[in-house]
Design a protein around this ligand. Structure first.
Ligand SMILES: *Cc1c(COP(=O)(O)O)cnc(C)c1O
Length: 474
């Protein structure tokens, strides 16, 4: 494509993008498609001859768009948010245009140094002490795998990588601990890092779905007595089902005594630490060995961008450093090569969009958005609590409200089924999108307030829709 042609198409696209950002709220938030509907419209074989861009763009609108779920719709109340924002999109456009690999300092000095500064900006924004340094990973799943690999390396005195886990851990198998409510990425990472799922201890939780420190103490003690070595505890601030907060202080103290690595998974909730009055929810976080949170969830930076902080970068180097001759440079002693801070070699320039977001909104602007979401979630929680037909199933800490319709004279199983029908009914108009989970074995509806453009009216209308649906079902 000739640069002049690129210019012409790009202008058309940017106009479309601006309209989309303005009007996405008037589209159905979820697509009305069945499996195979989109695939059927795409030729099975690649084109042999070039096609004009106009036709590609037309097909994007005709074929792709109707099959999209619109995460940046103000009626987005599902899962957790996956926010973008105009500054982030602009940064991403430049990143794509530069098309640089940011594996080593020398392969893009600005990318490495901007990433270092952005991670330190985030550290300060979250109120973390200066000892933490950070690196941008693709996802929290990867960051947690990196943490478990680093913990494994430390627990075996650096022998796991060289000798293999079986040999290095021959004297003492290594165990990992996380609450029953911890994210499935921990199970995945425990498998991938070679601990084995049999050595993942799912620790009991309390009435608020947070890890019970006494239960952790018992599990650590039982393993120690059985000759099993505690390698890592993963604590969650803001669990996926209910945003429960594991008590970091007592957990950190137990990690210290057991010599275990403490990894904190704050993938969603971590963004809230930039709001000073919410920081008490992160009490004890400074004792973590590593910590992950996703600016790609609640900090307006489009996927992917996951902030991973560690206290000891030497532990990363011990686990991940690999320097083939072709990557050696004269600067290696003086610079950070981020390829040695994680799994992948090639890395995207993700710091740029973060730089644009933080500067465009300012820390106060980002705080205001998170404050608004949390206030709206609390307001909704109050409406739920006031309505005798409903119950609040978990404390509201951040932007998530977990509730359940409780019609009288029904068994818990019948109520589960009715809530599943209620959720379908509420989502059926495609004006908003809520999802569900199970807490304490019971079916629960989750409503997360966290999309950039979500305002009070959207939350109010969602609650009205829930009550109207109950009227129809009840
Ligand atoms: C979303 C989430 C994850 C997974 O995040 P990815 O970046 O998609 O890997 C992990 N843990 C928690 C608590 C989450 O909410």
């Amino acid at each position: 494509m000739h640069p002049d042609e690129f210019r012409r198409h790009a202008h058309v696209l940017v106009d479309w993008m601006a309209d989309y950002l303005r009007d996405v709220g008037s589209l159905p938030v979820t697509p009305g498609v069945a499996p195979g509907d989109i695939r059927r419209q795409v030729p099975e074989e690649p084109p042999l001859d070039p096609e004009p861009f106009e036709r590609l763009f037309e097909d994007f609108r005709r074929v792709v768009l109707p099959g999209m779920t619109h995460w940046n719709h103000p009626g987005w109340f599902a899962y957790f948010p996956g926010n973008n924002s105009a500054p982030s999109i602009l940064g991403e456009m430049l990143t794509a245009t530069l098309g640089a690999q940011c594996m080593s300092w020398v392969t893009s000095p600005a990318a490495t140094e901007l990433e270092q500064v952005m991670m330190d900006w985030l550290r300060q924004m979250m109120g973390l002490p200066p000892g933490f340094v950070g690196v941008i990973q693709d996802t929290a799943s990867t960051a947690t795998l990196v943490a478990l690999l680093s913990a494994r390396e430390r627990a075996t005195g650096g022998r796991a990588g060289a000798a293999g886990l079986a040999a290095a851990g021959a004297e003492a198998p290594l165990a990992v601990y996380a609450s029953r409510e911890a994210h499935s990425s921990i199970d995945k990472a425990v498998k991938l890092a070679g601990y084995g799922l049999d050595l993942l201890r799912h620790i009991e939780t309390d009435d608020a779905f947070a890890l019970r420190p006494e239960a952790l103490a018992r599990a650590l003690e039982a393993d120690r007595a059985a000759g099993i070595r505690p390698a890592c505890v993963v604590a969650t601030v803001g669990t996926t089902s209910s945003t429960a907060i594991d008590p970091l202080r007592p957990i950190a103290e137990q990690c210290r005594r057991a010599g275990a690595w403490l990894h904190v998974d704050a993938a969603y909730a971590g963004a809230a630490a930039i709001v000073p009055e919410l920081r008490p929810l992160f009490d004890g976080i400074e004792a973590a060995d590593s910590l992950v949170f996703n600016p790609h969830k609640w900090l307006l930076t489009n996927f992917d961008c996951s902030a991973y902080f560690v206290r000891d970068p030497a532990a990363l180097l011990a686990t991940f450093q690999a320097t083939p001759e072709y990557l050696r440079t004269a600067y290696d002693a003086d610079v950070v090569n981020f390829r040695d801070w994680g799994i992948q070699l090639g890395r995207r320039f993700r710091a740029l969009k973060l730089w644009f977001v933080i500067r465009s909104y300012g820390v106060e602007g980002l705080r205001a958005i998170i404050r608004r979401h949390v206030a709206l979630a609390r307001e909704l929680a109050a409406w739920v609590a006031e309505d005798p037909a409903f119950e609040l199933v978990a404390p509201v800490r951040f932007g998530l409200v977990c509730f359940r319709w409780r019609p009288a004279g029904r068994t818990e199983e019948e109520i589960d089924a009715l809530n599943a029908r209620l959720l379908m009914e509420v989502n059926a108009t495609r004006e908003r999108y809520l999802t569900h989970t199970r807490l304490g074995g019971r079916y629960v509806i989750r409503l997360v307030v966290g999309q950039r453009a979500t305002e009070r009216e959207h939350v109010q209308r969602a609650w009205e829709a829930v009550r109207l649906a109950v009227g129809r079902l009840g």
